[in-house]
Structure formats: C-alpha cells, structure tokens
Design a protein around this ligand. Structure first.
Ligand code: 13P
Length: 252
C-alpha cells in the first residue's frame, strides 16, 4: 500500500507575506490530511517563514532545487544542509524547468540526488518527455534514460527516500493534462524501468506522482489509476482552496 503524496510546487511565486498566508490557510483547512502526505515547495527566501508557519503540523516543506556540496564557492546555490536548516525534509530535483531553462543534465542531477539523499533529504525526482519526443516515439527511451542516468549508483535503501514525479513537459503550465490513460501508461512504464533497474520490491513501494496542469476536477480521475500515487501541482497549488481540494480528491 503506497501512501499518496500531493506536493505544491510554488515555483518562483510569492514573497513572504503571501507565502505564509497560503501556508496558514492550507494548515487550517488540512488539520487532518486523511492519509495523504502533503508537501509545499516555496521559494528559498521564505522557507524559514513557511516552516515556522507549518511547525507541528502534518505538512512538510521542500526545497525546489539544491546543489551537491555542503558549502563553498558556489554563488547562488543552496546545499541540502541549508534546506534542512530552513526546516525542509524534501527537495525537488530535475524539474523540467531546471532541465530546459537552466540546462541541468541527467549526470548533474545524479550527483545532486546522491548528495541530497546522503544528506538526509527526501527527493522528488522529476522526469518527463517533451511533445516532440512523444510525437516522434522516443518518449520511453527518454524516460528510461532519465531514470537510468538520474538514479545511477543508488542502492535499494536510498530508493526508499525517492519519489518520481512524471511530468510531461507539454502538460506543464499549458492547461493540457495528460489523459488518465496516458498518465497510467507512462507511470506503469516508469515502474517497470525501476523494477528492471532495482527490484520488484523497490518498484512496488515507489510512489510516482503525476504533474502537469493538475486541478481539483481532474485529480480523482488521475489518482484512480493504479500506478498514479500522487500529484506535483504547480499553478493550482498557489490557491489554498484549489490545493486543498486536490488533497481531498487524493484522499478519495
Ligand atoms: P502546472 O500544474 O502549473 O502545470 O505545473 C506543474 C509542475 O511543473 C509542477 O512541478
């Protein structure tokens, strides 16, 4: 039995007042998350404030990215230790915006994932194909390569702290959601790749989130698929009412 996980990726949105207000509203509405693990991913500058606002609640806080060194001459970067210090237990790594806008490669992500895990963070590792890759029939190769290279040299124990977020690039911020059949097909493929790479036990317990225009009204349909174990929500997580509605839909 995999515990569903719903995370709100706030991306580069909101300063401290709005972030804390949103965190408080979510907390107020979700006194009982009903068996769903709930995570919010604010911008770095407000992590401390949001962690304070969610202190002693069941809602976890995540970074959106981090570097693979504890400290040093890496201007502009943040270490897993700094995320811990700011109250985070999670980090996103490999988001398609990091891959496509900032040029992050599978090899770099592998270093980041290994370092974040060895520093005690849980990782939401994002993968997904572009529309061009889907239409040209290379989607499965792309997903397989992202998993193979991104999760290289991880052992089975480390995988207990990894969630994979399948986020088709063409569905992010576009209003285009993968159909539940498309999501299920990709998730089942991802699970089979993880089974081949690690083991049946790892594949069976791995949680795979879907991301890409998740809204309250498409969550039930997506989450009812056997291999969809949660959601990584962008735009709809910036509003307490819609994010809470997505968590409630995931409960059902
Ligand atoms: P949207 O929900 O805005 O499409 O964003 C998805 C996403 O990128 C979550 O990480």
């Amino acid at each position: 039995m995999r515990i569903p996980i719903v995370a709100g990726n706030w991306k580069m949105n909101m300063c401290s007042a709005d972030s804390v207000a949103l965190a408080r509203s979510i907390r107020q509405e979700l006194t009982d998350p009903g068996g769903v693990e709930v995570v919010v991913c604010p911008v770095s500058t407000v992590l401390n404030a949001v962690s304070d606002a969610l202190d002693d609640s069941s809602i976890s806080v995540s970074g959106q990215n981090c570097y693979h060194a504890e400290n040093g001459a890496f201007t502009g970067e943040l270490s897993p230790q700094m995320l811990h210090d700011a109250g985070c237990t999670w980090t996103i790594l490999g988001h398609s915006e990091r891959r496509h806008i900032f040029g992050e490669t599978n090899a770099l992500l592998n270093q980041k994932i290994k370092f974040a895990l060895s520093s005690g963070l849980n990782v939401m590792f994002c993968i997904g194909e572009t529309l061009e890759e889907r239409e040209s029939g290379t989607m499965n190769d792309v997903l397989q390569q992202q998993i193979g290279e991104g999760l290289a040299e991880l052992n089975e124990n480390a995988m207990e702290h990894v969630v994979i977020a399948y986020e088709p690039v063409w569905a992010i911020g576009t209003g285009l959601t993968a159909t539940s059949e498309q999501a299920e097909e990709a998730h089942a493929f991802v699970r089979s790749v993880v089974q081949d790479k690690f083991s049946g036990t790892v594949a069976e317990s791995l949680r795979i989130q879907y991301g890409g225009s998740v809204k309250p009204d498409n969550t039930v349909e997506l989450m009812s698929q056997p291999n969809v174990d949660g959601a990584l929500v962008g735009g709809a997580s910036l509003d307490a009412e819609s994010f809470v509605a997505i968590v409630r839909a995931a409960q059902s």
